[in-house]
Design a protein around this ligand. Structure first.
Ligand code: E4P
Length: 219
């Protein structure tokens, strides 16, 4: 399963990409609005660092305007994936942009029916927002399970990009279900590394080594 970072922050991206586990980036208007500087320059820099799919969302709401803005965003860098919301206009724009060879991520997906529509118009990615579904006391991962089943029935090529993740269990469950990608805030990527037994085990190994050979030996 691929891992994307859900951020527009260059420092976070620069810190996490060297780990070798990051396959791409998702941004949204809220995330980009928090960053200083020109958003187009920021997106270009992100693409250069990550060298992987980088979602940039349209802020137009009418299909023709979305298509125009999507074409424009796609010119920033070959890695740009145009994000459109799951509305009628967004679905129309997805069909048009995808038929021009522009990759499209259909975002703000909250139901399996919506995911079916995105696949039918050739979306490269569908983004079910699991955390926001959990937030309204409904199991977000059930949405992912349903989409995996539906897409599997028809061999749709659209990749399932699990979004709005809040913690490591979203990522583990997504991997168990066979989702293609999880996009995670930087803090969730960090949390994936953590286990208290790793810390305890490492402390003991190094302590024993130091006792036998001295603190500076081979370190
Ligand atoms: C995905 O592409 C979105 O940017 C993101 O995952 C939204 O997450 P949130 O619900 O934490 O804002």
């Amino acid at each position: 399963m691929k891992l994307f970072i859900d951020t527009g922050n260059l420092k976070d991206i620069q810190a996490l990409v060297p780990l070798g586990i990051i396959d791409g980036i998702t941004t949204n208007p809220t995330l980009l609005s928090k960053e200083p500087g020109d958003y187009r320059d920021n997106l270009k820099k992100i693409c250069q660092i990550v060298q992987g799919p980088t979602s940039a969302e349209v802020v137009e709401t009418e299909a023709q305007a979305m298509i125009k803005q999507g074409r424009d965003l796609s010119k920033i860098d070959p890695w740009i994936v145009v994000k459109v919301p799951l509305t009628k206009d967004g679905i129309k724009a997805c069909k048009a942009l995808s038929s021009e060879g522009i990759k499209v991520n259909v975002t703000l997906c909250f139901s399996p029916a919506q995911a079916l529509l995105a696949a039918k118009v050739g979306a490269s990615y569908i983004s079910p927002f699991v955390g926001r579904v959990d937030d309204i006391s409904t199991p977000g991962m059930e949405l992912v399970r349903d989409i995996v089943e539906i897409y599997g029935n028809y061999e749709f090529k659209t990749e399932i990009l699990v979004a709005s993740t809040r913690g490591p269990m979203h990522i583990v469950e997504a991997a168990r279900m066979g989702a293609d990608i999880c996009t995670c805030p930087p803090a969730v990527i960090d949390a994936l590394f953590n286990h208290p037994l790793t810390d305890v085990g490492l402390k003991k190994f190094l302590g024993d080594w130091d006792k036998a050979y001295g603190a500076a030996a081979n370190r």
